[in-house]
Design a protein around this ligand. Structure first.
Ligand code: FE
Length: 256
């Protein structure tokens, strides 16, 4: 039988160890966030909301830990169809600090391939799909930087070969933002088709608000400078480019 004072000492030692672990764990997050310096080009930054420090409830129920560390960066490359189909959503890098937009997100042409009635889903990946996995995350905000909950963010894009599905809803779908205005969509980098650079079409709508129709672009694409519709204000910000996947972010500012 262990004497009482020894048992108490053991308990105190265990508790202090837990405290050290908790302090160390909390300290890692601000550092990680500091590395993700806010760079929103449309407004000033404010530290009013840091959802990256908490788990994010993905519309649909799954919870993502956005604060975890990541593997060393490598070049992204095409993913084998089997790997793409089996991939599960990983821990994502922290979102940058919220920036107060000074302008609304730039609208762009809808193009000829929008289809109403796309399904709600957090991933557009399907078995057999080829391409480089893209996880796009961000927020829907008002012009004053307030998060918009339950905003509809509806994406449509080409497959890896540059083709739209005009008979079904392949690579078409929408997510709803959570209480902090955060959305996450898993898809692939869109392919190229004649006359356009790589782009993802999107419609964003706050509850009861007007629909913003626009397009998002991929940084460092050779075709960007040759595309007459391309606008650098609509570039996704690549947060990570790791083997087999790209994680990017884009915050929308819309009329609510
Ligand atoms: Fe298009």
């Amino acid at each position: 039988m262990t004497p009482f004072f020894i048992r108490q000492s053991l308990v105190r030692t265990a508790l202090s160890g837990i405290s050290i672990l908790l302090i160390a764990g909390c300290g890692a997050l601000p550092n990680a966030q500091a590395q993700e310096a806010p760079q929103n080009e449309v407004g000033s930054e404010v530290a009013i909301d840091t959802p990256a420090h908490a788990d994010v409830m993905v519309p649909g129920g799954a919870t993502l830990d956005l604060g975890s560390g990541e593997a060393p960066a490598q070049e992204a490359g095409p993913v084998a169809p089997a790997a793409l189909a089996q991939a599960s959503l990983p821990a994502l890098p922290a979102l940058p600090l919220v920036a107060v937009p000074s302008v609304l997100t730039v609208p762009q042409t809808e193009g000829p391939y929008f289809k109403a009635g796309s399904p709600q889903r957090t991933s557009l990946l399907e078995p057999g799909m080829e391409g480089t996995r893209l996880i796009l995350q961000g927020r829907v905000l008002t012009a004053t930087g307030a998060p918009v909950a339950n905003a509809k963010v509806d994406f449509w894009q080409t497959d890896n070969a540059g083709a739209y599905d005009n008979s079904g809803y392949r690579l078409r779908g929408y997510v709803l933002t959570d209480a902090k205005g955060v959305y996450v969509m898993e898809t692939i980098l869109p392919g190229l088709y004649p006359g356009r650079t790589r782009h993802i079409h999107v419609k964003v709508q706050a509850p009861g608000g007007p629909v913003l129709t626009s397009q998002l672009y991929v940084p460092e694409e050779a075709g960007n400078s040759r595309d007459g519709i391309y606008n650098p204000a609509l570039l996704m910000r690549v947060q990570e480019r790791i083997a087999q996947r790209v994680v990017a972010t884009f915050d929308f500012a819309v009329r609510a």
